[in-house]
Design a protein around this ligand. Structure first.
Ligand code: SF4
Ligand code: SF4
Ligand code: SF4
Length: 174
């Protein structure tokens, strides 16, 4: 259960709502509702843990539409409608692209260097356990210093670079 101060993204909100419905609202008297709810929860769990694919979004949309028609009570219909509304958020597409901009999904949180703030000290590179940061420390006479850049495909969102940066020059990708 989230608190008022907890960061939560649209896919996590949809997941929480469906889990609450499965635990408390759903009676299981008709077949499509529990099946659709279980399938949707599984897909939302994949999406929020960084394993979602574009096809999951299509399936979720289809499942929510079918359930609106198949539900035999207002509770089931309401749950399906809420899921359908949630899916309109662009956050879902970003999640399957690999980014949770709010930082709510740890597996999908990524960082970037802000070039205007970076002093090219190299502390982030030293702190990174995944060798995900490229760049060279600043040497005045060189003139061809390679700026610091985080390779998103290597980054796992651990935020050790953020803690190591003395210039507050690393921000979350949104
Ligand atoms: S649609 Fe309504 S009646 Fe059917 S299983 Fe879901 S909650 Fe129960
Ligand atoms: S978040 Fe972690 S893995 Fe990603 S660049 Fe920073 S230190 Fe490296
Ligand atoms: S620690 Fe900060 S200032 Fe230093 S190179 Fe990395 S991003 Fe730039």
């Amino acid at each position: 259960m989230s608190t008022a101060t907890e960061v939560i993204c649209a896919p996590q909100q949809a997941l929480e709502a469906l889990r609450a419905f499965a635990a408390d609202g759903m009676c299981g008297r008709c077949i499509p509702c529990p099946i659709a709810t279980r399938q949707s929860i599984a897909m939302l769990e994949r999406i929020t843990s960084g394993e979602g694919e574009a096809v999951d979004l299509d399936r979720l949309t289809r499942v929510s539409t079918e359930l609106i028609d198949a539900a035999r009570c207002p509770k089931g219909e309401e749950a399906a409608k809420k899921l359908g509304e949630a899916l309109a958020s662009p956050e879902f597409a970003r999640h399957v692209e690999g980014i949770c901009g709010s930082g709510a999904c740890a597996a999908l949180t990524r960082y970037r260097v802000i070039p205007e703030r970076c002093t090219m000290c190299g502390a982030c590179q030293e702190a990174c356990p995944r060798d995900a940061i490229e760049g060279d420390p600043f040497i005045a006479w060189r003139g061809d210093n390679k700026p610091y850049v985080i390779r998103l495909e290597k980054c796992d969102g651990c935020a050790k670079c953020v803690a190591a940066c003395p210039a507050d020059a690393i921000e979350r990708v949104t």
